[in-house]
Design a protein around this ligand. Structure first.
Ligand code: SF4
Length: 499
């Protein structure tokens, strides 16, 4: 039964004070999960990148799977935001929600309500698994999802805590659920026969870790064919039984480097894991070599795979040179790969910022980028990304929504990493062509950005910003001065208290 929450836990949230929430969660018995997250997803230099609610990553992974139900347990405002975002990104599925109030939280009734919802949902004719996600307040209150039954009539029950004060990014939250599911699937496979994965595979397979553009796995399959390897189901998976096939591989390509809990499960299953990905000429050569060796492929077959793929990439690079200075920022985990590809295509990339951490699986990309003059910032804050973009004055800034907005205000061509870059192929020759097209299309309009900036100069910025004006609003510099004085006085008063 859950411990009674502290008042801070009951009222906290994104703005409730991270340390207070952490303290409450530890006091309520969540130390083990929080310690594991602290090891798997190390913080620093910036603790909490400014991105969406981390739980969205877990929610998305569950919603994309066939025959998997997802139930959220959290504050209504969090659930509203998360369901809104999931439907914005095209989830055609319902999201379950177990609401609570102060009383049901304090008396431990929330756990009973979740349990009842799980029993009602877990029907084997409808689902293979039910995922329950504790958001910030239930985690800080110690709602014990680990006490839920592991299976109900053959339907697995996967309960995870995904608090914003324990999991830094939504990228890493994808790993929290993927890792938990892989663990359950691995234990099932170890205990006895499991369902046969869809689609027969005649060749030993390689599992790709990370959400990829749909054409990329097919491109990788063509690269692996001369080594007599195929691409198996990806993780995050699309179906429960895919996880058995993903585990039953000869090697894993950690193409996104933050799947630490998932990697742990592959290691437990005795599978070798290879970092980086087949991007550009050098990246692809190194990746094919590493995968071939991990899968014990004879050297002549590795050479044959490299010869075939690399000649196509070389031709694509010659046909698609990129002549531009580009800054790269994002929170998806593929930022270093994108920067590698840009540099190989001829671009100058002075800065790469990623909300994700440095791991063993992006170490080779980091070394390569540093050797090619790029500054790489892990756990980058929006301020660091903005500063780098202003400082570098690139021909194109790839980044998150607020960065792109700032770039456009400065008259710098900019494109959204998620909507533009991640919506195109990245690997092999296809990636080269796609990247060149993105840069050409976005930089072509550089003059237009300048004209727009000139046209809107001074409108809707600083103290003349706002909606509903008929004309250009009047500036009010005296208000600005008044609030500045108040701030200065408050700082002085606080300093005086300390002396
Ligand atoms: S669950 Fe997400 S939106 Fe809600 S308080 Fe936590 S981090 Fe914020």
């Amino acid at each position: 039964m859950s411990a009674a929450p502290t008042p801070a836990a009951a009222s906290g949230g994104c703005h409730g004070g991270r340390e207070t929430m952490l303290e409450a969660a530890r006091a309520a018995g969540k130390s083990e999960a929080l310690d594991r997250y602290a090891t798997d997803y190390p913080k620093g230099p910036h603790d909490q990148p400014q991105s969406m609610c981390p739980a969205f990553g877990s929610l998305r992974v569950g919603l994309r799977m066939r025959r998997v139900a997802t139930i959220l347990s959290g504050s209504a405002c969090c659930v509203y935001g998360l369901t809104f975002t999931s439907h914005f990104y095209g989830a055609k599925r319902s999201v379950g929600y177990v609401p609570f109030n102060s009383e049901s939280l304090v008396r431990g009734q929330l756990y009973e309500d979740i349990r009842e919802a799980v029993f009602k949902t877990a029907k084997p004719e409808d689902y293979d698994a039910v995922v329950v996600i504790n958001l910030c307040v239930p985690t800080a209150s110690g709602v014990p999802l680990d006490l839920l039954p592991k299976q109900i009539d053959g339907v697995r029950v996967i309960g995870i805590d995904v608090p914003g004060f324990g999991v830094p990014t939504h990228a890493e939250a994808k790993d929290v659920l993927s890792g938990a599911m892989l663990k359950a699937a691995r234990l099932e496979a170890e205990a006895g026969p499991v369902a046969r994965p869809r689609g027969a595979r005649d060749l030993p397979s390689v599992t790709l870790l990370g959400e990829l553009f749909p054409a990329d796995p097919a491109g990788v399959a063509a690269m692996l064919a001369p080594m007599e390897l195929c691409v198996g189901p990806q993780v995050p998976a699309r179906e429960w039984r895919d996880m058995y096939a993903a585990l039953d591989c000869v090697a894993v390509g950690a193409t996104h480097p933050f799947y630490v809990a998932s990697v742990r499960e592959f290691h437990e299953a005795g599978r070798p894991v290879v970092g980086s990905a087949p991007v550009g000429l050098e990246g692809t050569a190194a990746w094919l070599e590493a995968i071939g060796r991990a899968a014990n492929v004879p050297a002549d077959k590795i050479d044959a795979a490299k010869a075939r793929t690399l000649s196509a990439i070389r031709t694509a690079l010659e046909a698609n040179p990129v002549r531009a200075r580009v800054t790269v920022s994002g929170y998806e985990g593929s930022e270093l790969l994108v920067a590698r590809l840009l540099i190989e295509a001829g671009a100058e990339v002075p800065y790469v910022g990623t909300a994700c951490p440095k791991t063993e699986w992006n170490a080779a990309d980091l070394a390569w980028l540093q050797a090619h003059g790029a500054f790489v910032q892990f756990r980058a804050s929006l301020e660091q990304d903005m500063h780098a973009m202003r400082d570098a004055r690139p021909d194109l800034a790839l980044g998150t929504t607020p960065l792109v907005q700032e770039a456009k205000q400065l008259g710098v061509p900019a494109a959204y990493f998620t909507n533009i870059v991640s919506a195109r192929p990245l690997f092999g020759a296809a990636g080269v062509g796609a990247m060149a097209q993105i840069v050409a299309a976005q930089t072509r309009g550089a003059a237009r950005f300048g004209e727009m900036r000139e046209f809107f100069e001074g409108v809707g910025v600083r103290d003349v910003a706002g909606y509903g004006w008929q004309g250009v609003p009047d500036p009010h510099p005296e208000s600005r001065a008044k609030f500045r004085k108040m701030r200065e006085a408050r700082v002085k008063a606080e300093a005086a208290v300390g002396t």
